[in-house]
Design a protein around this ligand. Sequence first.
Ligand code: HXC
Length: 282
Amino acid sequence: SFKPSTVQVTKPVTPTTATFRDDLFKGKVVLSTGGRSGIVYKMIRVMMAHGADAAILGRNGPENEKAAAQLSKETGRTCLPCQADVRKPEDLKAAAKKAFEKFGRIDFVICGAAGNFDPRADEGGSLAPIEGLSENAFKTVVDIDLLGTYNTIKATLPYVRESQGSYIHISATLHYRGLPYQAHVSAAKAGVDALSAVLAVEEGPRGMLTFFWSTRPISGTEGMAKLSPKGDRNNDAMPLGRWGDGDEIAAMAMFLFSDSANWITGQVFVVDGGENHVRVPQ
Ligand code: HXC
């Protein structure tokens, strides 16, 4: 039967000294998938600006290297680019080892790599309905979003456990209801939510914290470029009147990775300008 560890590692803290200090992440190392652009780039940037070193994993070697160089330039910290496809467990294991050998530890992991499809012009520009998705198309996104998160956890867990670190998994709110043409992403992200809860329960007593949050819609991201290619999403549906910015997600990451969040684990935080609550009358 399941027996949680009795090791207790997280201590109560005073929020004023534990959150948003300039040196909040000094001596810490963050590893991400999907940090080349968008939300995760901004999360990594703010953590580096507060003292962390980083490793960003991505499929596209040259683009990843460019992003890592830019992150180092902007923050004065070290960012290690590692070529890895989240669909390939061996890539991830090699990248995690490389990051550990470089920095001597891995404290935080952000599972952010995700995939979605552009609207297809030959289908009238609509996003993919279930009937129009091939089996392989559906599988491709589940492989990237859900299996990719699992593979990343598997590859990093030994290191994160050692540093009593924590995870953030980027999910979405799509699957809270039936959003048309997003079956692939909705199914994958529902799986990510479930996986995250189990990780928290299995690892929590060892001092590992698992947070994850749902986002939509954030401007300037590849995801929104695909969901709203013309940038003409209706702001009226946003209670806070506008799309979000990646830096507003990064602020949440800082809080969740700070000691002020030590008593939180396995939770979903919806950071979406209130959009999830909107229901348009029929
Ligand atoms: C239907 C499509 C399609 C489309 C490709 N396919 N485009 N099906 N509509 N527009 C099908 C292909 O025909 C093929 O099936 C299968 O999908 C795999 O296509 P590949 O091109 O071989 O896939 P691959 O090269 O591995 O690329 C994966 C990708 C890619 C998902 C298509 O775009 C990617 O990895 N993007 C990463 C960046 C990204 O998209 N980020 C945004 C995340 S948005 P067949 O049957 O022909 O073999 C996100 C949403 C969150 O997470 C919500 C926020 C609001």
